[in-house]
Design a protein around this ligand. Structure first.
Ligand code: FA5
Length: 341
């Protein structure tokens, strides 16, 4: 039996050295030193020996157990180290490599311009009033003093839906009526930003969808001076403190009198260049005193109240500010364009 123990011992040592990884090592331990392992099984057979041989066998089996245990610990440590080294080699990390630049998103140039506009009007006490993109013919035209079949309708080529009388708004002006109906009889100071849609030919200056920012002030003592002063202040904050502005008479059915505001060309400072088509001026918005009919349609008595309104196109303003030659860049999703802002 002692011989059996010695050969078991030698075999166990050989197997231990041959265990390729920690999983095989655990199997070795279970089969050799575990509760049902070979050493344990052999030690249970001690009763079969002559009593005189038992102490020597007992001593040897104890020392075999201790030696195998120590050899196991050693092999386990060596295997663990080898596995760690293999992993480190496989997952090598070069800490001297330069870092990869994080990609930061940014705001679309139209959104940037809109936010600039919001901030300026916000500073002047104007709140943002959101109004719907899908409108009725009544709000987009009739309540703005543009009846059916009136030639002024030709100013706004319209997208119609299959539902009669339901259209995509051609300008943000119908929001004026919504705001007046909601605020009456309070005084009003709002801007109405949003997308507008026109069934127009797409060109370098005209899109079929574009933003507008409408403005509306209604109160008891509002006159043309307020309109001019407020819009001049806006233009100076937007385009520079020294910027000159001018108002040209114009026609809109929902304002009387109506005007268009130009700012001095900021490329040539008014001397004439390709941007301003040699005029020295850039047109930026339409405006006027709210027409009495429109005030009445919003619920305000024109004998008591007056108001001014304006409407500007942020994409056209951004084009002027940043020298963008073609409005089609805004919605064509070309990163080479968008990443410049
Ligand atoms: C209007 O739409 C009036 N509702 C503006 C207004 C409001 C006048 C309140 C008086 C009182 P107009 O059609 O000119 O006006 O458009 C206003 C601005 O929208 C233009 O100055 C321009 O900047 C922008 N715009 C108009 N059509 C297009 C288009 N197809 N593509 C891009 N921007 C456009």
């Amino acid at each position: 039996m002692l011989e059996q123990l010695e050969s078991l011992y030698q075999q166990a040592l050989t197997n231990l050295q041959a265990a390729p990884d920690t999983a095989a090592l655990e199997d070795w331990y279970r089969d050799t030193l575990g509760r049902k392992g070979q050493v344990q099984l052999l030690s249970r057979q001690v009763g079969q020996l002559e009593p005189a041989q038992r102490p020597a066998f007992g001593q040897r089996i104890n020392s075999v157990k201790n030696e195998l245990e120590a050899a196991y610990q050693q092999r386990a440590a060596a295997l663990k180290m080898a596995e760690l080294e293999a992993r480190l080699a496989a997952e090598q990390l070069d800490v001297t490599l330069p870092g990869r630049q994080q990609f930061h998103g940014r705001l679309h140039p139209a959104s940037q311009t809109l936010r600039q506009i919001y901030r300026i009007w916000g500073d002047m006490g104007f709140q943002i009033y959101r109004s719907r993109d899908v409108e009725t013919d009544e709000y987009n035209f009739e309540l703005l003093n543009i009846p059916q079949h009136h030639p002024a309708r030709d100013m706004w080529d319209t997208f119609h839906t299959t539902a009669p009388g339901i259209i995509l708004r051609t300008h943000t002006s119908p929001g004026q009526i919504h705001a007046m109906k909601e605020y009456f009889p309070e005084p009003i100071r709002v801007i109405l930003p949003g997308m507008c849609y026109r069934y127009e030919q797409i060109t370098a200056r005209s899109e079929i969808q574009f933003h507008q920012v409408e403005g509306l002030a209604v109160g008891k003592n509002i006159n043309m001076t307020h309109l001019k002063g407020t819009l001049t202040d806006f233009a100076r904050r937007m385009f520079g403190a020294e910027r000159k502005v001018r108002f040209r008479a114009n026609y809109f059915p929902f304002t009387e009198p109506s005007a268009e505001m130009d700012v001095e060309c900021f490329l040539c400072e008014g001397s004439g260049c390709h941007l301003c088509k040699q005029t020295g001026w850039l047109e930026i918005l339409g405006c006027g005193m709210v027409h009495p009919t429109v005030l009445r349609n919003g619920g305000y008595d024109p004998a008591v109240y007056a108001g001014f309104a304006f409407g500007m196109g942020p994409e056209r303003i951004a084009m002027l500010k940043y020298g963008i030659e073609d409005i089609r860049y805004f919605w064509s999703n070309d990163l080479r364009f968008l990443e410049q802002f």
